[in-house]
Write a protein that binds this ligand. Structure first.
Ligand code: MF3
Ligand code: CO
Length: 294
């Protein structure tokens, strides 16, 4: 097959777990992928395409993931420390039988990333960091339930946020919708990032290049890397069953970032101007996409 998997017999049980014969289930689908691969398209390996059982598992995980962010939304405000957010995320997640994916992930010391103002991503919660009126903060939650991964993030505006920063937060949120509109089965992943980049530029903003979205489901970060400065018509084919995140980091100023923080994690804008990020997780379907987490 196109991805080197063992070919199934027409009467064997389909790989997707439907219990149907291969010829009555995904044989035609696989033949289509084979042809597209031969035509030079970047076809995702079949092992990364989620089966209905996988999708059901990830949805349960996402229920906790969305619940965590709703829980944070009800409590966050002036005077909240990012350490408190970490506590809420940790306790809510564990109380719902799940595991916060960031904790101990490649040495990350906390259960959530909290990125304030000029922090692009991977901010580490701290009891010394107190949210004040005018701050914008991204809370990025990732959840493991029964081995299934979910990942989403939101921005929160604390107290009285200057119009300029509020607008950055709003435009970044709208950019998610702009990206989602490009998710069409048998389209190209590059269309998503191209649309987001164009939208950000129209508003005078710039998009971070070094970090992006990712495949997800049975692992935290699966292939593909999802760039938000990609070219239309390029990249992986958007095959039904492909699951990934859209999570652009949009800067008010220039796109350059500073990764020199000695903690090895916190990423900042080089020019010190604010930055925003929202993240959703989706799966490509036969007729579009389904949102999994937001
Ligand atoms: N949640 C981030 C993402 O969207 C990853 C954070 S990795 C961590 O992909 F270790 F910092 F948590
Ligand atoms: Co992510």
């Amino acid at each position: 097959m196109y991805d080197g998997d063992i070919e199934l017999g027409r009467n064997d049980e389909c790989w997707c777990g439907s219990g149907k014969k291969y010829k009555k289930c995904h044989l035609g689908f696989d033949e289509r992928l084979q042809k597209l691969a031969e035509a030079g398209e970047d076809v995702p390996p079949r092992a990364l395409l989620k089966t209905p059982e996988d999708i059901a598992g990830v949805k349960k995980s996402a229920k906790v993931n969305v619940g965590v962010l709703d829980y944070v939304a009800e409590r966050i405000g002036i005077g909240t420390t990012t350490e408190q957010i970490n506590g809420w995320v940790h306790d809510y997640t564990v109380q719902h039988g799940a595991i916060p994916a960031p904790l101990d992930y490649e040495g990350f010391p906390k259960s959530v990333c909290t990125s304030v103002n000029d922090v692009v991503c991977h901010g580490i919660p701290s009891p010394q960091e107190v949210l004040a009126s005018g701050d914008i903060v991204n809370v990025d939650c990732s959840t493991i339930l029964d081995g299934y991964y979910s990942d989403s993030s939101r921005m929160f505006c604390i107290g009285d946020v200057p119009e300029e920063a509020r607008r950055l937060v709003e435009v970044t949120k709208e950019s998610i919708q702009v990206g989602l509109e490009q998710v069409k089965p048998w389209g190209h992943l590059g269309d998503v990032g191209a649309a987001i980049n164009a939208f950000a530029k129209e508003h005078g903003y710039s998009v971070v290049r070094e970090f992006g979205g990712h495949g997800i489901g049975l692992d935290f970060h699966e292939e593909p890397f999802v760039s938000f400065v990609s070219r239309p018509g390029t990249g992986w084919l958007l095959v039904p069953g492909l699951m990934f995140t859209i999570e652009p980091m949009i800067n008010m100023g220039k796109h350059r970032i500073d990764m020199s923080d000695p903690n090895g994690w916190t990423v900042r804008t080089k020019d010190g101007l604010p930055t925003a990020q929202w993240e959703v997780q989706l799966v490509v379907t036969e007729d579009g996409y389904e949102l999994i987490s937001w």
